[in-house]
Each structure stands twice: as C-alpha cells, then as structure tokens.
Design a protein around this ligand. Structure first.
Ligand code: HEC
Length: 111
C-alpha cells in the first residue's frame, strides 16, 4: 500500500471541507438586509449560487428542471445537499427560486 494519498480521495476531502463554510456563508447571506428575498433570482444569488455556481453542486441553469422538483430538493435536501426549511426560505421565495432556476439559460461556456 502506498503512503501517498490518492488524488481523488484528497479532492473529495477538500470539497467536503469547503462545503461547511459555504453552508455557514449561506446562513449569513439570508440575514443581510431585512432577511426578505426580493425575487427568485435574489434567492439564487444569496443562497444557491454559493454552491451551484462553484464546484460544490451541479450546474442547474439551462436544464429546464421542473420547478416542483427544484422546490422538493430545496425543502427536503438531496444526498449531499442540505435541506432549507421554511424558516430560511419561505414558501413564496421557494416557488420563485424554482421558477427562476427552471427558466434560467445555461451560462456561456468559459473560453
Ligand atoms: C451548501 C451547498 C449547496 C447549496 C447552498 C445549495 N445546494 Fe443544491 N445541491 C448541492 C449539492 C452538493 C448537490 C448534489 C447532491 C448530490 O448529488 O449528492 C445539489 C443538488 C441540487 C439539485 C439536484 C440537481 C440534479 O442534478 O438533479 C437541485 C435541483 C438543487 N441542488 C437546487 C438548489 C437550489 C434551488 C438551491 C438554493 C435554494 C440550492 N440547491 C442550494 C449543494 C448545495
């Protein structure tokens, strides 16, 4: 057995360590201003983008995922993704973010 750790395992550990501060970051994001979300895009920018525009979660835009599927994942969590209760994202904001993500076009490919 080699003493040199395998790169994939190291990557996974690093990713897991990165996810925790991001969850904490998401917690403070909702507390800025009055804690009210202005639109689906605003929820996405304040909460989802920390993971879904980075390397933590899969790309959601441009996939036309059904809004009901998106809301269910957000409320209940899904494997590595934490659940967000109504005290964090209320039903109205949840519906808005589902519609926003479902319709959002895929980002332009990086050069
Ligand atoms: C702390 C990081 C994090 C945050 C914040 C987060 N997600 Fe996720 N999300 C993930 C990860 C990681 C997965 C992949 C879970 C897996 O496959 O194990 C995921 C998966 C998903 C999926 C399923 C994707 C698929 O391919 O089927 C949806 C939908 C989703 N997230 C929506 C959202 C929305 C909407 C928000 C904002 C309200 C959000 N997520 C916030 C980490 C996050």
């Amino acid at each position: 057995m080699s003493l040199v750790p395998n790169h994939q395992a190291v990557r996974r550990t690093v990713n897991a360590c990165l996810a925790l501060p991001l969850i904490l970051l998401a917690g403070t994001a909702a507390a800025d201003g009055d804690g009210v979300f202005k639109s689906g895009e605003n929820v996405y920018a304040k909460v989802c983008g920390h993971c879904h525009e980075g390397q933590v979660g899969p790309m959601l835009k441009g996939r036309q995922l059904p809004p009901a599927y998106i809301s269910a994942v957000v409320r209940n969590g899904f494997r590595a993704m934490p659940a967000f209760p109504a005290s964090f994202i209320d039903d109205n904001a949840l519906q808005q973010v589902g519609e926003y993500v479902s319709k959002a076009p895929a980002p332009a490919a990086k050069p």
